[in-house]
Write a protein that binds this ligand. Structure first.
Ligand SMILES: [Zn+2]
Length: 49
């Protein structure tokens, strides 16, 4: 299952390669990975309700 995140280089939502769930300093969950199209690192904040 591919996660999606916004890539600043492609300027669109892309599939995330090597997606990894991380927790930011403020305790919010985020998704870290690599754009499957250009290889740029992408980062997505997961909104948890
Ligand atoms: Zn990209």
């Amino acid at each position: 299952m591919a996660e999606q995140a916004y890539c600043v280089k492609c300027k669109k939502k892309v599939d995330v390669k090597n997606a990894e769930k991380v927790t930011m300093k403020n305790g919010r969950p985020a998704l870290k990975g690599v754009c499957s199209e250009c290889g740029t690192g992408v980062y997505k904040i997961l909104s948890k309700k």
